[in-house]
Design a protein around this ligand. Structure first.
Ligand SMILES: [Zn+2]
Length: 135
């Protein structure tokens, strides 16, 4: 989809009590970073793309990006992207570079999206054993 090379392995963290202060892939310590996520959201009046500035955990060693699923869904609901009060269906498509994000809201960015988006190199499915130690 994007013109930029894919970046980051992406992990959507479904575990409320797992903070991933260590990377699930390489065990290096992760850093807290605020990154603009491009999210495709199903909406009653049609699907839409939104940009959410989300505090994530990032492993600088292997470029794994970890996003807390419940926090993300709470922000999607808070942004008024659902009519039911529950999280809609959504897919996190990628990240955009900070300079493009600074240009403003997603509406104004729309035209530039194809050149600005960095899709994920891979999406990591967490196996139970990764998080079980904290549950
Ligand atoms: Zn790592």
């Amino acid at each position: 989809m994007g013109a930029l090379p894919p970046r980051y392995s992406f992990v959507l963290n479904p575990y409320v009590r797992e903070r991933f202060t260590k990377c699930p892939s390489c065990e290096a310590a992760t850093r807290v970073r605020k990154l603009p996520l491009v999210v495709h959201v199903e909406h009653a009046s049609g699907p839409r793309l939104v940009l959410l500035n989300k505090t994530c955990r990032l492993c600088l060693m292997c470029e794994t990006l970890i996003v807390d699923r419940y926090e993300l869904e709470r922000e999607i609901v808070a942004a008024g992207l659902t009519t039911t009060g529950r999280p809609p269906d959504y897919v996190v498509l990628g990240t955009i570079d900070r300079r493009s994000a600074a240009r403003g809201s997603f509406e104004t960015l729309g035209r530039h999206l194809r050149t600005a988006i960095m899709t994920y190199r891979r999406v990591v499915e967490l196996v139970d054993s990764t998080a079980r130690r904290h549950v």
